[in-house]
Design a protein around this ligand. Structure first.
Ligand SMILES: Nc1ncnc2c1ncn2[C@@H]1O[C@H](COP(=O)(O)OP(=O)(O)OP(=O)(O)O)[C@@H](O)[C@H]1O
Ligand SMILES: [Mg+2]
Length: 244
């Protein structure tokens, strides 16, 4: 019997877009509480279920709301309406080095980020060598991460996230940032996690990879879910629509 790992139920997310430019503190105070803004719905009534053990892809053009959805899934944003329910421990990796502190070394960030993601100090100590090894940044582990390249950042962030041993891993565009060798390694790691029965939700513009490794895919456009279904079918539908 299958069971649902993540259930996204009618999720909407509204942002406010403010228009005042060059605001000064004085003008802001003078205007008081009535600031001018437009409302913008980045997500509208998005509903889908991810079954335990599935690798689930989210696709759609730039600005369609994919990262917003993932931030809701990662509990960084709170949906304006609707609910998300989880069945299992979730870890997320959203942006290049999200959750890293610039001034701290790679080593310190592993401990910091690892504990934010729910690992105990003992657990991190045990997994430390393996985290560093997977990241491939051994030589720079005691350097402040502000001196890392964006690829090195992502490698370290991804390495910490997968070592949390989450039941549910939420990742945004990781595959596109690393070099080919790292993309290959990450891809292999996804397959390992998949074999271990973990649930993975990933956003990617790499449609071939999505069609290859995902079981099911949701395609969103302008915040609205277009379709959810078997990966190859949804990728083909998206490709057909964007070549119009
Ligand atoms: N904090 C915010 N405040 C206001 N608008 C936002 C905010 N975050 C995202 N948006 C808007 O929501 C829309 C969706 O953005 P989002 O980052 O989710 O797109 P995306 O699908 O991830 O795009 P990409 O493929 O370029 O990564 C965009 O129009 C963006 O400008
Ligand atoms: Mg995005």
């Amino acid at each position: 019997m299958t069971h649902v790992a993540v259930s996204v139920d009618n999720v909407s997310k509204k942002f406010r877009l403010y228009h005042e430019r060059n605001q000064t503190l004085k003008s802001a105070v003078m205007r008081g509480r009535t600031s001018r803004h437009d409302e913008f719905w980045a997500l509208k009534d998005v509903t889908f279920d991810v079954e335990a053990g599935q690798t689930y892809g989210i696709i759609g053009s730039n600005g369609s709301g994919k990262s917003t959805l993932l931030k809701c899934l990662a509990k960084i944003y709170w949906p304006t309406s609707g609910t998300i329910t989880y069945n299992g421990k979730m870890a997320s990796l959203l942006e290049v080095g999200s959750g890293f502190h610039f001034e701290l070394s790679g080593r310190e960030n592993i401990f910091l980020n690892g504990s934010i993601l729910g690992m105990s100090k003992k657990e991190i100590t045990e997994k430390f060598d393996s985290i560093v090894e997977f990241s491939g940044v051994e030589k720079f582990i005691d350097q402040p991460v502000k001196n890392y390249s964006s690829g090195m950042y992502v490698r370290l962030g991804f390495s910490v996230a997968i070592h949390v041993d989450p039941d549910i891993l939420v990742v945004d565009e990781v595959l596109s940032v690393g070099d080919e060798e790292f993309q290959h390694k990450s891809f292999e790691k996804f397959l390992d996690l998949k074999r271990a029965g973990k649930t993975i939700i990933l956003v990617s513009h790499g449609l071939d990879v999505v069609a290859d490794i995902c079981d099911r895919v949701s395609w969103i456009e302008k915040g609205v879910l277009q379709t959810s279904g078997p990966a190859r079918d949804v990728v083909a539908a998206y490709r057909a629509s964007s070549s119009d």
